[in-house]
Design a protein around this ligand. Sequence first.
Ligand code: CUK
Ligand code: CUA
Length: 867
Amino acid sequence: MRNILGRVASLSATVALLGTFASGATELDKVMKERGLSQADMLAAAKTYTPSGGRDKYLVFSSGGQSGQVIVYGVPSMRILKYIAVFTPEPWQGWGYDDDTKKILAQGNIRGKKITWGDTHHPAISETDGKYDGRWLVINDKANPRIAVIDLEDMVTKQIVVNPVFKSEHGGSFFTPNSEYILEAAQYGAPLDNNYHPMDEFAETYRGGVTVWKFNHKEGKIEPEKSFTIEMPPYMQDLSDAGKGASYGWGFTNSFNSEMYTGGIEKGLPPFEAGTSRNDTDFMHVYNWKKLAELAKDPKNVKIVNGHRVIPMEVSIKNNALFLVPEPKSPHGVDVSPDGKDIVVCGKLDTHATVYGWDKIKKAIDNKDFSGTDPFGIPIIDLKKAANCQAELGLGPLHNQFGPKWKEDGEIYSSLYVDSQVVRWNYHTCEVKDRQNVNYNIGHLAGMEGKTSDPQGEYIIALNKLAIDRFNEIGPLHPQNHQLIDVSSKKMSLLYDMPIPLGEPHQAVAIRADKIKHNVRYKMGTNPFTGKIHEGKTLAGQEKIVRKGNHVYVYGTMVRSHINPEHVTVNKGDTVTFYLTNLERAEDETHGFTIDQYNVHASLEPGKTVALTFKADLEGVFPYYCTEFCSALHLEMMGYLLVKDPSKKYTKAAKLKLKKMSKAELKAEYDKTVATNTATDAVIQSVVKFLKDNNFAKYPTVKALVTDALDQYGKIAEQKKLSDAAVKAGDLDKAILFENMIWQYMVKTADVGIRAKDLLVKKIATPMSEAAKRGHDAYLEGGCNGCHVVGKVSSGPDLVGVLERHENGEKWVKEWIMHPETMYDNDYIKSMTNYFNLRMPNQGMSEKQTDDIIEYLKWIDKNANLF
Ligand code: CUK
Ligand code: CUA
């Protein structure tokens, strides 16, 4: 539906531009009327529609909320491209079903407990100079305080790190401007150790804090032994951001329970929500992570909790590295401006956003100008002395994103949860500029690189919590709604609604797609989770089954369309490890692997090696197979695991007497198979000649396909030898099977070869005019290709040269298409009708369509050598 809409929309845009309704307009009007679309709808469609094969300018990485995963989609098309498996098993990717991904998931075990879900909130892309560098993505798990590192080259999770002292966390993950560290703030105050402490010792023994994770930017690894935690009061720390530019070296973290209220609704006490919103202000924590990282190196400055370094509050205070600034009413988002000079904080229960000047905060720190200290002795900076201005935004402001005109116009966008709006305002003057309604109850909003030092603008995505009436009804659980908003002009406009049916996507980050380096295939035998060559790497010819005691190791390979080995027999009770390598080099030739009933599954992208270990505790026969439809013979990509009980005696089944083929029958089948192969080979050779004649090697994508095709073709010689040997030995039965294998390789060669040829034709053919393109469409819609094959005589004559075969060719063909019945008596037509035993019918083509088809025929003649 969207496809049609989009195509119509781009037409509409052209029509509007030309100010004429001469072409395509009637069709367009009809569709608009039928579907009830307005001009504004058509324009919105034109702005988002991405034709088949097209690319998006931006990639968005959205948290997958309670799914524990990350969602990747493109902007402006809003097409979902991938779910990256992170904290939760994901069968399609084998995530949690093969040995290596199980190991990554096990890194996320907490105190020995296996955790199979996560509540992802805040993704962050690694930065260089405060700008996205497109290398790594990190995301936090609020429920089970953890952070995962995802490699953006293959978009696979490589590491999960558990926070050793927090019991929940929210204000993670935020990179420092050169990805030196990742900030992760706690949420619900809790003891840092793992012991029991009664609630009435909340102020004494419960704590909050920020963990400063050392990040190895080159390797993409968090280094726990070089990381530390800044102890903070149990104020329920919330979102955070790292300073940059002017405020480089500092971190900022909100909180919402400076009351240190501890609830107790069941005891008749007011609930948490009442107690935690009692004060008019809570605290923003301002801390010098750079200085604290130096201090943490001296053991005198840290205490060790659960094997992890914690800097006590007194140490931070004594070293002028921790301060508090009041912020109005249950603050939520804190966002540092692109130059690091301003810090914008939204109060959930306030109608304002407050803009703090870093110079003012810094001045107060330098002059020791404090209004007092909190109960823990942390200096408090006066709100009035730190704030530049407050903007009256509306109800429930939550989060902020910056726009490219941040410098001149203070361009910033904020989300209003209660009012369901995105507000554009100026953070230098605190003036509101524009409002856009959204549907409904927006949480975060995502600008294009909107929180870096180089915001790109163009779009804002509203990440709405509720969809209510926006989509078709699908039961009580509704999807979340991402809305794409065009912010490139003075008035914001809503372009597109995208349902997200996976979890609550708290935050999303968008990056220019061209910043990401993309990995098409792995180096042969790679274990993607370590980046090293896998211990189980197996190449063609190295397949084997090795028994070591009770452990059976299968070294196998997968390639279109067989798994080697195909029979594996083990004893009940054995431990079995399947090492499998996908030998493919062709892009997107992924195989999957499962053994029925053993709950193992792997995804094998080209070049990848995986390991699957399980105990063969069920006796019986278990087919295994490839789970991706990888070629025409995908269903045949299979084998058997046979598990026998060594303590049992098996009696042999009586042999059935199957009818055997006679010698003559065998010979006939053999000859037929060889003849088919010879004919198929001729087709392959013609394709190869075409490719060579047209310099395929000049085009890298074509060349890659040809390399893959020839790779398949190269395997034929070996099979031919085996076939000939079988003939010699008088075993025609076997020879036929080898000849069939040859045919399989030929089909695979032809499959890829023809794909290469099509691609090459597209690259070297002269471009079609608009009229020719329309003509091609009419040709296909009219079903002309049912009888005519371009470049070949089939059920009808070849169309190459049809315009030249006849005197006044264009006129002749036009007449023939539009009024064939008037020419049936023509001698030439009669002879053709006789020959093909078919008569061309009147397809009801209009004059316009016929003219277009003639343009298409001209294009065919111009490229006659390509058919
Ligand atoms: S939080 Cu969800 S809307 Cu976890 Cu960033 Cu504000
Ligand atoms: Cu490999 Cu299906």
